[in-house]
Design a protein around this ligand. Sequence first.
Ligand SMILES: *Cc1c(COP(=O)(O)O)cnc(C)c1O
Length: 383
Amino acid sequence: MIPFNKPFIVGNELKYIEEAVKSGKISGDGIFTKKCHTFFEENFGFQKVLLTTSCTDALEMAAILCNIQEGDEVIVPSYTFVSSANAFVLRGAKIVFVDSYPDNPNIDPAEIEKHITEKTKVIVPVHYAGIACDMEKIMELAKKHDLFVVEDAAQAIDSYYTFSDGTKKALGSIGDFAAFSFHETKNIICGEGGMLVINNPEYNVRAEIIREKGTNRSAFFRGEVNKYGWVDLGSSFLPSEILSAFLYAQLENLGAIQEKRIRIWKEYYRNLLPLQEKGFIKMPEIPAFATNNAHMFYITCRNYEERSNLIQYLKTKDIHPVFHYLSLNKSEFFLKDNDPIDIPNSDHFTDCLLRLPFYFELEEAEQKNINNMIHEYYSLLEK
Ligand SMILES: *Cc1c(COP(=O)(O)O)cnc(C)c1O
């Protein structure tokens, strides 16, 4: 059986967990959490990072930091995971869903501009499959209209955007805030986990407080205040040292993980390209300003029925590809309080996009089998 995803261990994960346990401290912000923070700040140009227990938590922290009030509008792509929207709904925001490009699931900046109003407060670009949104255009819109930008970079570790002046920046280092995920389906994992990036130092102190249940406990442990107490909104957003220990072992192997994933991605692309040339499927598009972090390999089928049949066909061969998001504007939760709206490109990806099995331990023979079976499906169609 070839599953869609398989969690993996690459190095010292279990050894570091044991070390954390033996050190006598397994609550948050110990040695391994600090090692992870330093790693991210030094390698990706993030001004400040805070590990969280999920990307969802990091998005919720960002919503508090943006000071979302009842009725504020937040622009979110319709083709995304629920957390990109839910984190802001929890603070009373009204979500304004915007479409993707026709040939790329990322949010289309021209569509963003049409939906900006007096009430707009935040734009949430989601870097789908780890491929950058057009951040130069999005940052220009944000500047012009005085908006926050919160990057949903859940899938975007080790991926970059190049501005028109040639400056290259890591995804997550461009918006005011960014949220990453270390859920077991992402490139770098710890089971459940995430990280908030704060790119404007004015928010450093408040971010720490929100993460520590609304207290100034972090400043107290650094000796900056002589007692700590309740000073703001907050929740318990920090992960235990057991998770950070696992994560740090993965970070030590980031290079090897990425090298392997890129090899798998390129092999899918090389092998399946003839099916695009025959007009059966579309391959992922990588704009000139973006790099590829090989988070995911997806194809886009011609229609819903063909995709369903392909899924069924591969399942009979013990291969388990999966479709992805369902347009959030069509969700039960959104339609409860909102009128139906038409967001066609998002619906196209809802119906036609298919993610192929992709994990660190995927073997060459397994991948060859997957590719052969996809070719076989289309050769049967041709007959
Ligand atoms: C995985 C993912 C999330 C949620 O991450 P968690 O760490 O599970 O909270 C949010 N947004 C996107 C785009 C994702 O891919």
